[in-house]
Ligand binder design. Structure first.
Ligand SMILES: [Zn+2]
Length: 348
């Protein structure tokens, strides 16, 4: 999910190599742009200030999951931490103003360097801390030369995450360069071996966005899903960013394929959702069934030629509304039904 208000922040200060005039003028251009933005969108500014205040009170809770893997819960998307002898790997970084608290929470688990950040998608509540957390880390042995080291942690993501965080030459990018993925992949999956564990970064096409990754820790037996799976609401897919209901259902099925439950009890593969509580396979099966049933109902209604208003009035979500529904806030049931309708009918 995303919260655009909090995503307009990030430390705007120039980078260390800013003796170079280019970087400084970039900084001022950026500051002007930001203040212009705040002037025009006074309301957004107010909600940012409010968000800032709320974030001041946020505590980061550390939850051991299984094996080398921990879950950090604060505000924004859940963070997954894998820690061991080689260092620390994170999945997602929450909001920039929380980075100091996130780092303090990581230090409770490990004093080793931060080596990798994997972004599940580009939304600001999952990537806001990229810049401030990556710069605390280092990456050894990059490139062909011995002892060649990158002065920051490596940020891994699907290529579309980079595309959405950056911009073509001459256009102001929505996020600072230092927050961008440094190591991207295009299709299928990317694999790495870190802390004696194989890690699969699996692309889920056209799901929550067009750049989603699911991260599977093979030895710890934990899947970090990003926002293709959340326990706090109906599925949310960003139609403007290439998401779709069918892609979300495919992603849920992919996770179910990976997960193996412990016989007749909780446990087995643990699943860290993009938002909400720690889950096991049974939870995600239930969620997949809900999403599939609602998708099928809306599909049938579209086939009958029903309009969006008629589909909404028919309440295709009704028995699930007590669990996932909402009439207020940024993700109402109405918006979900509309998104499913538009996703299936191709009417954007
Ligand atoms: Zn999201």
């Amino acid at each position: 999910m995303t919260d655009s208000a909090a995503n307009t922040t990030g430390s705007q200060k120039p980078e260390a190599r800013s003796q170079n005039g280019k970087a400084i003028s970039f900084f001022w251009r950026r500051s002007l742009l930001v203040s212009g933005f705040l002037f025009v969108f006074g309301l957004a500014h107010a909600s940012y200030a409010q968000q800032q205040q709320n974030l001041d009170k946020v505590e980061i809770h550390v939850l051991p999951v299984q094996g080398n893997v921990y879950m950090l819960v604060g505000a924004g998307g859940n963070i997954t931490v894998q820690a061991g002898n080689q260092g620390v790997l994170l999945v997602d970084t929450q909001f920039a103003p929380l980075s100091d608290k996130v780092l303090a929470a990581i230090r409770q688990l490990s004093n080793k360097p931060i080596r990798y950040i994997i972004n599940t998608h580009y939304h600001g509540d999952h990537t806001g801390g990229n810049e401030s957390i990556a710069k605390v880390g280092t990456t050894p042995n990059v490139g062909p030369g011995a002892n060649l080291q990158r002065p920051t942690a490596t940020i891994i993501a699907h290529e579309n995450v980079l595309n959405r965080m950056s911009a073509p030459a001459g256009v102001q990018a929505p996020t600072p360069t230092a927050a961008w993925p440094t190591d991207t992949y295009v299709s299928g999956q990317k694999e790495l071996f870190f802390n004696e564990e194989g890690i699969e970064v699996i692309h889920a096409p056209a799901a929550h966005t067009d750049g989603d990754s699911i991260v599977y820790f093979r030895r710890s037996d934990v899947v970090s899903t990003g926002d293709v799976f959340v326990t706090t609401s109906y599925p949310y897919f960003d139609l403007q960013a290439g998401g779709s209901i069918n892609g979300v259902i495919d992603a849920l099925n992919r996770i179910i394929q990976i997960a193996i439950p412990k016989h007749e009890q909780e446990g087995g593969t643990y699943i860290i959702p993009g938002h909400g509580r720690l889950c096991d396979e049974a939870d995600i099966v239930e969620y997949r069934d809900m999403a599939t049933i609602i998708r099928d109902r809306v599909q049938a209604m579209i086939k009958k030629g029903m309009t969006l208003d008629q589909v909404k009035a028919a309440r295709p979500t009704k028995e699930y509304d007590r669990r996932y529904g909402s009439t207020t806030g940024p993700r109402t049931t109405d918006m979900f039904v509309e998104a499913v309708y538009r996703s299936l009918s191709g009417k954007k």
